[in-house]
Design a protein around this ligand. Structure first.
Ligand code: GRF
Length: 221
């Protein structure tokens, strides 16, 4: 019998390197999911070309064509539902979603943020962390709620800030970890192993309960 694949919809605004990491994990057979559709809000988003190369349907839905945020979100929801999407994956999607969206996909929206939340939410998180002078930076995969980068945390990965790091070298190190933990979080979701309890996400049957799956060396899941 064929393995059931989690149907995911990816929303992106930019280059799509996280999309690529998810595609690669699916194609290598590690992630039992199918990208049912990619939706971008900017026609020049590099993510579109990545999807095309891998035969993934993509749509451009520009927020500029809608006067109200809720109408834009309703159009996104319609397209995602038409493609049978079960989990929505935000990969560099630069719009804040409204309650209309969450009503359609309750607790079924994930995001990746390039900082160790709750530190440095919002835009330019790597630069915020770098300028602040932190010794450790990192990234966070979390479920999305109506706030900006405030939802329950699924996985975090940490990178060290070295004395010779620049804003760009730090961002590069963080991005490499994003590419590792985003597919990992989706895989845990696909296996039904994530349970949201208030602010906390419980990872069921985790083999490394002391550290959960937060340790960069933990390939579990
Ligand atoms: C990533 O740094 C992600 O954390 C943030 O937006 C960026 C998207 O990069 N939310 P890409 O388009 O996946 O390359």
């Amino acid at each position: 019998m064929e393995k059931r694949l989690l149907q995911i919809g990816v929303l992106a605004s930019g280059s799509g390197s996280n999309l690529q990491a998810i595609i690669d994990d699916i194609e290598s057979g590690n992630l039992p999911a199918k990208i049912a559709v990619l939706i971008v809000n900017k026609s020049q988003a590099g993510a579109v070309e990545r999807a095309r190369k891998h035969g993934i349907p993509s749509l451009i839905i520009s927020h500029k064509n809608f006067s109200r945020r809720e109408d834009f979100d309703a159009a996104l929801v319609k397209a995602l539902q038409e493609h049978g999407v079960e989990l929505v994956v935000l990969a560099g999607f630069m719009r804040v979603l409204s309650p209309v969206f969450f009503a359609a996909f309750p607790q079924r929206v994930m995001n990746i943020h390039p900082a160790l939340l709750p530190a440095f939410p919002g835009v330019d998180a790597q630069e915020q962390a770098f300028n602040y002078g932190v010794r450790f930076a990192g990234c966070t995969v979390h479920f999305v709620d109506e706030g900006v980068d405030t939802g329950p945390i699924i996985i975090q990965a940490v990178v060290e800030v070295q004395p010779d790091d620049t804003r760009d070298s730090l961002a590069k190190k963080i991005l490499a970890q994003e590419h590792r933990i985003y597919p990992q979080a989706i895989k845990l979701y696909a296996a039904g192993r994530l349970e949201i309890k208030g602010r906390k996400v419980i990872i069921r049957d985790c083999q490394t309960p002391a550290i959960g799956c937060t340790n960069p060396s933990c390939e579990e899941g």
